[in-house]
Design a protein around this ligand. Structure first.
Ligand SMILES: CCCCCCCCCCCCCC(=O)CSCCNC(=O)CCNC(=O)[C@H](O)C(C)(C)COP(=O)(O)OP(=O)(O)OC[C@H]1O[C@@H](n2cnc3c(N)ncnc32)[C@H](O)[C@@H]1OP(=O)(O)O
Ligand SMILES: CN(C)Cc1n[nH]c2ccc(-c3ccc(F)cc3OCCn3ccnc3)cc12
Length: 388
């Protein structure tokens, strides 16, 4: 309800839930002099730590905290299981700061009980403003320490450390409604391994549909449709960077990526990132690209299956082939890569293929947010940004 008190968020530079935005731009303007020099105070038993994700032991601590305590679906049947290589990749883009990988440990046992991260990103807002921001992700408090107001402390501390670098805006997404969504997006699932999805109770057999019929109904193309589609290589990066910049310029919220960033985010990496391109045979220019990342979920309390292998749609651009054909290839390649399900949001032009490719609606929303930046609420199709 619109009057619900947000004891923390009502103190933050974000629009009130029922605010009408006049003009776009920063909500508050501060200088380095306004920024606390010392860390926020934690409850007595806890200490701040910086996680060095180059140290296998510390990276494993982050993996275990998230594997056991991170995001679950509404029915608590699945929990995201970001892999160790995925977390290293997600946390170490070009120009990352170790200081922005913040943990809370129990002083006595050194057990990691909370985490929050920021990575640098240049975000274009409303196609006009290019804003130096951070992307906030992997906020997690151990299940045993929930509802003790620890999250606001983590958020204020990462805000402080980001402000110290003269950055005043952030982008983040969440499955819950907070003040105040920039866009409210829906997620969709395309079954690739219907038998396993039914056994995991991710999906159910429709009435009067046998398992063999369900398998047949979800069959994907035997071959690719796009001529010469192949994995992205480093040599493709200058052309792919130009194609991405041109494509993303049409969206109200989109990243601006250097060649170094394009290679970091789109370089094919087993069990992390799949990226395929179509190039003009004459010029070698990249004309089309599809990409999806690997994010498994633990299956909670299932006797037969421990994990669900999900592909999440990332950046897709079709200029020489229809988007529907490019995504047919993405589904084919994901099936070949042994994924059980292919997920996407109703952002970009994804609604063009969601119906035709037999995606089913998911059970919730993914809300997009900006911190300290007011702008009009957008349609999901105006979103051109994917957060992991
Ligand atoms: C300029 C730079 C700026 C950088 C910072 C930008 C902002 C970045 C913001 C972060 C972006 C993260 C993005 C991201 O990582 C992707 S969203 C995924 C977040 N993580 C999970 O859902 C994992 C499982 N849940 C937990 O670990 C805990 O439930 C968490 C830690 C979520 C909350 O711990 P808790 O023990 O359940 O709760 P208290 O400590 O008692 O705190 C309650 C207060 O926290 C507010 N809350 C709850 N969930 C939130 C969420 N997902 N975002 C923001 N705020 C959230 C809540 O509204 C309330 O405030 P209010 O009373 O005002 O309503
Ligand atoms: C984005 N990134 C910040 C992680 C994140 N946080 N909170 C979330 C809430 C929903 C989705 C999401 C996004 C796309 C999608 F196709 C399905 C999704 O969740 C299904 C429900 N679920 C949650 C865990 N296991 C299954 C991601 C997230």
């Amino acid at each position: 309800d619109k009057n619900a008190a947000h004891a923390f968020w009502d103190t933050q530079p974000v629009p009130k839930i029922d605010a009408q935005v006049e003009k776009s731009g920063p909500i508050e303007v501060k200088t380095l002099d306004d920024v606390r020099k010392e860390p926020l105070t934690l409850p007595a038993l806890f200490e701040w730590v910086v996680l060095d994700v180059n140290d296998q032991v510390q990276l494993n601590d982050v993996y275990t905290l998230l594997n056991e305590n991170y995001v679950e679906d509404d029915d608590n049947m699945f929990r995201f299981d970001y892999s160790i290589p995925f977390l290293k990749w997600a946390l170490q883009p070009p120009h990352y700061l170790k200081d922005w990988h913040i943990g809370v440990r129990v002083k006595e046992s050194k057990k990691l009980v909370a985490f929050i991260s920021a990575i640098p990103a240049t975000i274009n807002v409303d196609k006009t403003d290019s804003v130096k921001m951070v992307e906030i992700n992997f906020l997690c408090v151990h299940k045993k320490l929930r509802e003790k107001r620890l999250a606001p402390v983590l958020i204020k501390e990462i805000t402080r450390r980001v402000n110290l670098q003269n950055i005043w805006q952030a982008a983040y997404t969440a499955g819950i409604v907070l003040p105040k969504p920039v866009a409210s997006c829906r997620y969709y699932h395309r079954s690739l391994n219907p038998k396993k999805l039914v056994e995991c109770k991710f999906s159910s057999l429709p009435p009067r549909v046998s398992m063999s019929l369900l398998i047949k109904l979800n069959r994907v193309e035997e071959n690719t449709k796009c001529p010469g589609i192949r994995p992205l290589t480093k040599a493709d990066v200058p052309s792919a960077t130009r194609l991405l910049a041109k494509y993303l310029s049409q969206y109200s919220l989109a990243p601006s990526m250097s060649e170094e960033e394009v290679w970091h985010w789109l370089a094919p990496q087993k069990n992390v990132m799949d990226c395929y391109v179509v190039v003009d045979p004459k010029t070698g220019e990249v004309t089309d690209m599809c990409s999806f990342y690997t994010l498994p979920s633990s299956v909670i309390g299932n006797p037969k299956h421990k994990t669900l292998k999900a592909a999440f749609s990332f950046y897709n651009i079709a200029t020489s082939v229809p988007l529907v054909d490019l995504m047919a290839d993405a589904l084919h390649l994901a099936k070949k890569g042994d994924f059980d399900v292919f997920n996407c949001l109703d952002i970009f032009e994804n609604s063009k293929f969601i119906k035709e490719h037999k995606f089913q609606p998911g059970d919730g929303n993914l809300q997009y947010y900006l911190y300290n930046y007011a702008t009009q609420t957008k349609d999901p199709s105006a979103m051109g940004l994917v957060l992991l």
